[in-house]
Design a protein around this ligand. Structure first.
Ligand code: ADP
Ligand code: MG
Length: 321
């Protein structure tokens, strides 16, 4: 099956009206009246961002989930995407199908369509890139630079589960072994992070700044602090861990540090004036929201333990190079 057959058979059915059936040189998109277009891109490289040989739905699904998480952090609703695929040589047609099934499932769940892209191949690793387009009401994108002194710092969901999922995927031991569905929980967190798109309305209404957590909580909190020219003071014990992750950590400081500095969580770290606390907890609608600190004068991220002792970190999070 050649490139054009792949596009016609597996990608064209995923295209929205602006994609013109993937039969033209480019797509056309009319932004909705009164909306700003929000644009984000993420690339995943085999062996770096996903395990060798994972060419199917787990990878295509995660590519879209990771990009959706960036839109979620900006309070945006997805409208469409561009997709670039560098296939390794000699993959089977069943892989094409599995890959496109993964895209279809996420498109359906979050209601957006394919607009176009590019397909090629190489003798090296697989590389996939998606550029997602989303919308927010005019001038309402939630920025990284809006945090103010006195704001609370919040985080969605739980932190560190994807790290433990990655250990499982890499065949490394997880000791103690999680009980019951714990291992499944970790793997799901790694392969199927839940982008917090449906929280977007509330984020736009109540948050002053936000970023999604892809490089690790401490690092991404640091990105917001830097952009806003303030300091985050975080309480280590307040950082939410899932039950299986807490059981793995066993209260050990170095393990907890690992969880709060490792990547791939795709939760949101955001700030909000403390007067918005009751609105936020009311709006959360089942989404776990945890207050983990406050915004103070200064720069960087300061993490303190129970008796206000300073916790030092050698590395705040994942670096790409
Ligand atoms: P060109 O030769 O101009 O680069 P192509 O022939 O590669 O264009 O692409 C033909 C059509 O297929 C275009 O509409 C393009 O957007 C679409 N397309 C190609 N690869 C992908 C992809 N990976 N995902 C979505 N659409 C794609
Ligand atoms: Mg062309």
């Amino acid at each position: 099956m050649d490139e054009f057959e792949f596009i016609a058979k597996y990608l064209a059915p995923l295209a929205g009206p602006g994609g013109l059936g993937l039969k033209d040189d480019a797509a056309v998109l009319k932004p909705s009246h009164g909306k700003d277009l929000i644009i984000t891109k993420d690339t995943m490289v085999e062996g770096t961002h996903f395990p060798h040989g994972h060419y199917g739905a787990k990878t295509s699904g995660k590519l879209l989930r990771a990009n959706l998480s960036d839109l979620a952090a900006k309070g945006a609703i997805p409208v469409g995407y561009m997709l670039s695929i560098v296939w390794p040589h000699g993959v089977d047609e069943s892989v094409f199908k599995d890959f496109s099934d993964g895209l279809a499932a996420i498109q359906k769940k979050y209601d957006f369509k394919l607009l176009g892209g590019d397909t090629t191949s190489s003798r090296g690793a697989m590389v996939v890139t998606a550029t997602l387009l989303g919308e927010v009401p005019e001038n309402k994108m939630v920025r990284r630079n809006g945090a103010n002194i006195g704001d609370d710092v919040w985080v969605t969901g739980t932190i560190g589960d994807a790290y433990l999922g990655l250990q499982k995927v890499l065949g490394r031991p997880i000791d103690p072994k999680p009980k019951g569905t714990g291992m499944k929980h970790f793997e799901n967190a790694y392969f199927r992070p839940e982008p917090r798109i449906s929280f977007g309305d509330h984020l736009r209404d109540y948050a002053s700044a936000c970023a999604d957590i892809s490089d690790g909580l401490i690092a991404d909190a640091g990105h917001v602090a830097k952009a806003s020219n303030i300091k985050f003071k975080l309480n280590l014990e307040a950082i939410p861990l899932s039950r299986p992750a807490a059981e793995w950590a066993m209260g050990d400081l170095s393990r907890i540090k690992t969880l709060v500095t490792s990547g791939d969580d795709y939760e949101l770290v955001f700030t909000a004036p403390s007067t918005n606390e009751s609105f936020l907890t009311e709006a959360s609608a089942g989404l776990q929201l945890t207050k983990i600190g406050t915004v103070v004068e200064g720069s960087g991220v300061e993490v303190v333990g129970s008796d206000n002792t300073l916790i030092e970190f050698d590395q705040a999070g994942h670096k790409h190079f």
